[in-house]
Design a protein around this ligand. Sequence first.
Ligand SMILES: NC(=O)c1ccc[n+]([C@@H]2O[C@H](COP(=O)([O-])OP(=O)(O)OC[C@H]3O[C@@H](n4cnc5c(N)ncnc54)[C@H](OP(=O)(O)O)[C@@H]3O)[C@@H](O)[C@H]2O)c1
Length: 221
Amino acid sequence: MRIALLGGTGDIGEGLALRFAHDTDHEILIGSRDPEKARDAVEGYEETLEARGVEASIKGFTNEMATDRADIVVLSVPPYYAGDTVDAVAEKLDADTVLVTPAVGMKGDEDGMHYHPPSAGSVTELVAGRTPDEVPVVGAFHNLAAGELSNLEHDLDLDTIVVGEGAAKDAVTALANEIDGLRALDGGPLANAAEVESITPLVINIARHNEELHDVGVKFQ
Ligand SMILES: NC(=O)c1ccc[n+]([C@@H]2O[C@H](COP(=O)([O-])OP(=O)(O)OC[C@H]3O[C@@H](n4cnc5c(N)ncnc54)[C@H](OP(=O)(O)O)[C@@H]3O)[C@@H](O)[C@H]2O)c1
C-alpha cells in the first residue's frame, strides 16, 4: 500500500513515517507544500532508518502529488490548516482513497492545554465536512506523542482509537496494528471523535506535570 503523510515534514508526520517505514512494507510518501522540503525530510528519515539497518521506501512530493499516488492519506498538518489542506488536495482524492485525520483542536494557557473543538464538534468532523462526499474519512493517531513515535529506540505499548466506518476504518485499523506495540481500538463512528480528541490535552497536561511521563500515551486495560 502507499501511505501519504501530508505535512509529513512535521512532528507527527516524522513519527508516523519512521514507524510505518520501520515496521511495515508499505511505500511512504512524504507530502509538503514545498517538494524540496519534503525531499530534505526524506533524507533525514532515511538516515535514521539506515542507522538501524532498515532500507525503506520513502519519497518526497508536494501534498497534491502524494495524495494522487496514495491509498491512505494522513492529514498531518496543524488543525487550523486541515480544512485548507483538504481543499488543496480534494481533486486528487477519490472513493478508493482513505483520508485519515489525527488533528486535535486545543488551546493553551498558563494552566495547561484545553480541548477547543471547532463548531463542527471535532476537527475530525470538520475534515469530513470539507472532504468530497465519496471519500471515506477516518480519525486515528490523535493521542500519540510524536516524540515517542520518532524515537525508534523506544518500544511502544500504546493504544490508538480509530473512529469512522466500514472498510476504510478496517484499513486504518489494520495499518495502525502493523506498528509494533500499537493497538488500534474501535471508537465507533466519526460522531465520537470529540471524545477521542479531548484525551490529547489531558495526555499533554499529564506529561507536563509528571517528569517520568514525558511523551506519555494511552493504554486501555
Ligand atoms: N505533534 C504531536 O505529538 C501530535 C500527536 C497527535 C496528533 N497530532 C496532530 O497532528 C497534526 C500535525 O501536528 P504536528 O505537531 O506534526 O504539526 P507541525 O509539526 O507544527 O506541522 C506539520 C506540518 O504542517 C505543515 N503546515 C504548516 N503550516 C501549514 C499551513 N499553513 N498550511 C498547510 N500546511 C501547513 C508543515 O509542512 P510543510 O511546510 O512541509 O507543508 C508542517 O511541517 C495536528 O493536527 C495535531 O493536532 C500531533
